[in-house]
Design a protein around this ligand. Structure first.
Ligand SMILES: [Zn+2]
Length: 409
């Protein structure tokens, strides 16, 4: 037994497909985790080339909504904030083509995702899954499952923050570590799409996602508010018109019978049985009403990943996470100055330490603070963080340690 393990270990390490770029992940749901140096190098090159705008991060007001101080314009003449002005970036995806219906879910992979994955497999239905990096590391079996059923995977950040409140280094860490976790736990997938939690993005965040990680932003044009029922069974979701599963199913059926121009990209989550069952029970209506249902990239005939057309691979593993959208080598950005990165890095550490909970306090801050903010915020918020936080945090520290050890073996 021991001999066979010793024999297998070098083989696993030798394969470039399974070569991990990192053996140590940030703490579960760590806000704005410090980025890896290669991502900083690419960021510095993009910054020096004028591709990343410079303005101060937003802050959350007492209602939990990001705001910018100093009279900054929030529309397309200013920071182009979706949260404040529903401003879209040039490359953002919000609408599906006419007659098309995106199958997509946020906040997985978690154990509650498995029945959804089994259903999609049975229906031979592709979907896009915007994944929490922490969950990819915590639930490697669920992540393997979503790939096995032919699911398209994309980035939904490491800790589910309001991304416009992160400084540049924190944005790098949130996106980079999620892409890294997907890369490490697959055969080397480099994601091509991301969805900001709560839809919260601005020109700075979009530019970092695009210029450093090659990630295209995907928003939505329908919002089920299913996260509320997932967190609060009973009458707490009346403000969203949801008193129970039947209301959620009615909402989803409304999408199906609604206008087909533009097509539908609806916000749904995969974090609990009630909301997963609502999707499953209403799914036949999508076909009955003549929609062409696909995962997000298939709506536009785009490749699923930056280094592969779909899950079949093989993936170009010379493509390094954070080397920019058009690069498949490691050296293009390495000559960039490091002065900006070192100062920004320091700021990121202090900012995350003061504004956000340390790892020991993350459970309460992520699990308690987020729902109350979301309840007061716009109905367009992607608010699955609360469900994810409570369901995934228990034991996650131990799992992270186990995954790291397993990868070395
Ligand atoms: Zn989410």
């Amino acid at each position: 037994m021991l001999a066979s393990l010793l024999f297998l270990a070098p083989l696993a390490l030798a394969s470039p497909l399974y070569k991990r770029q990192s053996n140590t992940y940030p703490e579960p749901l760590q806000r704005g985790p410090p980025p890896r140096q290669p991502w900083i190098d690419t960021y510095n090159a993009a910054k020096a080339a004028g591709k990343i705008p410079s303005f101060a991060p937003a802050r959350l007001n007492s209602d939990g909504v990001p705001f910018y101080s100093g009279g900054v314009a929030t529309d397309d003449k200013g920071v182009c904030s979706w949260s404040q002005a529903h401003c879209f970036g040039d490359n953002d995806i919000y609408d599906a083509p006419d007659g098309m219906y995106a199958i997509n879910f946020d906040d997985g992979p978690v154990p509650a995702s498995i029945p959804l994955y089994n259903f999609l497999e049975k229906e031979n239905q592709t979907g896009t899954h915007f994944l929490i990096g922490t969950n990819v590391v915590d639930y490697p079996d669920a992540f393997k499952k979503v790939l096995d059923i032919g699911g398209h995977v994309a980035v939904h950040t490491w800790s589910h923050p309001y991304m416009t409140t992160m400084d540049d280094m924190q944005v790098l860490g949130e996106l980079g570590w999620t892409a890294q976790a997907i890369f490490d736990h697959s055969n080397g997938i480099v994601p091509a799409f991301w969805r900001p939690p709560y839809g919260d993005a601005d020109a700075r965040v979009r530019a970092i996602a695009e210029e450093v990680f090659g990630l295209k932003l995907v928003g939505w044009n329908r919002d089920s508010n299913d996260w509320c029922l997932n967190d609060n069974p009973g009458s707490a979701c009346a403000a969203y018109g949801l008193s129970g599963a039947s209301d959620l199913e009615a909402e989803l059926r409304g999408w199906q019978t609604g206008a087909k121009s533009p097509g539908c990209i609806g916000l749904e989550h995969e974090t609990g049985s009630l909301i997963v069952n609502a999707f499953i029970s209403t799914y036949p209506g999508i076909k009955q009403h003549g929609w062409d249902a696909r995962c997000v990239p298939d709506l536009f005939n785009l490749d699923w990943y930056q280094n592969g057309k779909n899950n079949d691979g093989p993936f170009d593993t010379s493509f390094v996470i954070g080397s920019g959208p058009d690069s498949n080598s490691t050296s293009s950005a390495s000559s960039a100055t490091s002065s900006a990165s070192s100062s920004a890095s320091t700021a990121s550490v202090s900012s995350s330490g003061s504004a956000r909970a340390s790892s020991s306090a993350t459970v309460s801050s992520a699990g308690v603070a987020v729902p109350s903010k979301d309840a007061q915020a716009s109905t367009d918020k992607d608010s699955g963080a609360s469900a994810l936080s409570r369901s995934s945090l228990a034991g996650s520290v131990a799992v992270v340690g186990l995954v790291a050890v397993a990868a070395l073996a």
